[in-house]
Design a protein around this ligand. Structure first.
Ligand code: 5GP
Ligand code: MG
Length: 177
């Protein structure tokens, strides 16, 4: 089925909402009695984090970091850099990194190293999409929304050169990369 972008819809809005609710329940169960820091990776995670945290009952703090690895194209530069650090002191904290998609794993790997070096007591990761075909670092998120093999996805925070982040569903812009 096509949409306003002309791209096929891969995961529709209701399916995303259902899965986000399930993820929130799993996270609530694991973090009972704790106050984790939800650390969103800008820009792509902003919608996922906003929906996830409102489905969660766990008391939490929220902060964002920025990691840049795409020069506006559709393939990773392979050299991600932390370009905006957290405002909160993560020392001794339980940190849940919230990313919309894990692809090569380079971004999450960099973040895990940085957050651990800041003295976090516990670091876990949640990714709405686990894209497997190009994984370079053997790293799996602690919580995964959906697993896909390949393709360049847009919508629900995921961009095409900064556009399409506001689509309320996830569409696939290319069959193969
Ligand atoms: P990684 O470092 O795991 O290769 O890539 C992580 C980042 O690349 C994601 O947080 C996201 O910003 C971007 N990315 C990876 N795959 C896709 C995709 O299919 N669509 C979009 N829009 N961004 C992607
Ligand atoms: Mg990202």
């Amino acid at each position: 089925m096509g949409d306003q972008t002309g791209f096929p819809v891969l995961i529709d809005g209701p399916a995303i909402k259902k899965r986000v609710t399930e993820l929130a329940e799993a996270i609530d169960a694991d973090y009972e009695g704790q106050t984790p820091v939800l650390l969103g990776v800008l820009t792509g995670s902003f919608i996922f984090l906003a929906d996830l945290c409102r489905e969660m009952k766990t008391r939490c703090e929220i902060d964002f970091v920025r990691v840049d690895s795409y020069g506006g194209g559709t393939t990773s530069s392979g050299d991600p850099a932390l370009t905006l650090g957290a405002k909160l002191d993560l020392n001794g904290r339980a940190v849940l990194v919230v990313d919309e998609i894990i692809d090569t794993g380079l971004t999450l790997n960099l973040l895990l190293e940085k957050i651990k070096s800041m003295g976090a007591a516990d670091v876990k990761t949640v990714a709405l999409i686990n894209k497997r075909a190009k994984r370079e670092i053997p790293l799996e998120p602690d919580y995964t929304g959906f697993t896909v093999e390949n393709g360049f996805l847009v919508g629900y925070g995921l961009d095409s050169a900064e556009t399409m982040r506001n689509l309320p569903y996830i569409a696939i812009s290319e069959k193969k990369e």
